[in-house]
Write a protein that binds this ligand. Structure first.
Ligand code: AMP
Ligand code: MG
Length: 353
């Protein structure tokens, strides 16, 4: 298939929106990461998203809307907490999970009775949703298992020839995926940490917000399976349910898959800064003496880390890095959210100092 490239002009966005309306797939910018969009209520279109990404079929998608009222088409009932949080954080990088309406196909929700919804703040994303007249289901616009795309070039590298359109928008300013908050239980619970933190949510709601406890556990990450209806997919689904029943697995299906992995081996160094500096230096010298291509990843602050981390991983691949040495971030607030991704990229390979 030939992928059409669009600018973010009004005329081009009209054309891209036409594709979405017709059940085709278009990658588009959001403030978090690039999304791979399809009409969320069109089963066939959503199935093609799983296919194009090689995404396991039990990994549900986030549905993107441009008006709060569109939530009524998707959620059976809008919890009071959702209205309060939308008022403060929408449009923005917060996804909320609610019970779904029957109109939302199960393929969009990975077989679940709940739906994840977000209103992005990126102007291009909002215009695309608006012009298409659809709620747009959009996972990140990367092949499953690869780092999420924060530039259109990343989406192009993974999906050119596999999808109908790519919008060449700007670079993503948040850089990590949205905070996913489950509102279907008694206590609002974060299933995936992001730039909107538990303390901010809790402050706005005036009550506690929990973190899914699997976020603190080392999860045995599964390989995402490529292709539709494979046996591997069925196994993954069974595995997920067993984990859930035992209370060990993440409630957010996507969190159990191998993700964000660069091609090279990755090691995180955590602990006393002077010791980390020394250990990274020594490891680098040793590896380079063995002829290995080494990349060091270091960030001054957690916001900058969120914005730049996935790009650094993709740059590492492009540079042919065989060994990636990463400085851990302090695991508080946004730093915790970036570390959640970093630990997965490195397969939990951490040197404690
Ligand atoms: P991505 O589309 O790559 O940003 O991933 C979306 C994330 O949201 C995945 O981790 C999903 O597991 C999670 N998610 C989407 N819908 C639901 C839902 N209904 N219940 C729990 N997690 C969800
Ligand atoms: Mg993703």
């Amino acid at each position: 298939m030939k992928t059409i490239y669009f600018t973010d002009s009004e005329a081009d966005l009209e054309k891209a929106a036409e594709l979405i309306k017709k059940g085709k797939l278009v990658a588009f910018p959001t403030e978090t990461v690039y999304g791979l969009g399809a009409d969320a209520l069109n089963e066939a279109a959503v199935k093609n998203v799983y296919k194009a990404k090689g995404r396991p079929c039990d990994n549900p998608m986030i549905v993107h809307i441009s008006h709060f009222d569109d939530l009524k088409l998707l959620a059976e009932e809008i919890p009071e907490d959702a209205s309060v949080l939308a008022d403060r954080f929408w449009p923005g990088p917060l996804t909320m999970i609610m019970n779904k309406k029957p109109a939302v196909p199960k393929v969009t929700t990975g077989g679940l009775d709940t739906v994840a919804v977000r209103m992005p703040s990126d102007k291009v994303a909002l215009k695309l949703i608006e012009k298409s007249g659809c709620a747009i289901a959009a996972p990140s616009a990367n092949l499953s298992g690869k780092p999420s795309p924060t530039k259109w070039e990343h989406a192009s590298k993974d999906l050119d020839g596999r999808i109908e359109g790519i919008i060449r928008g700007g670079d993503c300013q948040v850089g990590i995926e949205s905070t996913v908050l489950d509102l279907t239980g008694e206590i609002p619970t974060i299933l995936r940490p992001g730039i909107v933190t538990a303390s901010e949510l809790s402050e706005v709601l005036g009550k506690p917000v929990e973190m899914d406890r699997s976020l603190f556990a080392k999860i045995e990450l599964k390989e995402p399976c490529y292709g539709e209806g494979s046996e591997a997919e069925d196994e993954d689904r069974d595995g997920g349910e067993t984990e859930k029943a035992s209370g060990m697995g993440p409630k957010s299906p996507g969190m159990k898959y191998k993700h964000y992995a660069p091609k090279g081996q990755m090691v995180i160094f955590q602990g006393d800064r002077a010791k980390v500096d020394l250990a990274v230096k020594e490891r680098r010298q040793k590896a380079e003496a063995e002829g290995l291509q080494v990349k060091v990843i270091f960030f001054d602050d957690s916001r900058e880390a969120a914005r730049g981390f996935f790009k650094q991983l993709r740059d590492a691949d492009d540079e042919g890095a065989e060994l990636i040495l990463a400085y851990a971030l302090e695991e508080n607030e946004v730093g915790f959210s970036v570390m959640n991704r970093m630990l997965k990229s490195a397969g939990y390979n951490v040197v404690q100092l």
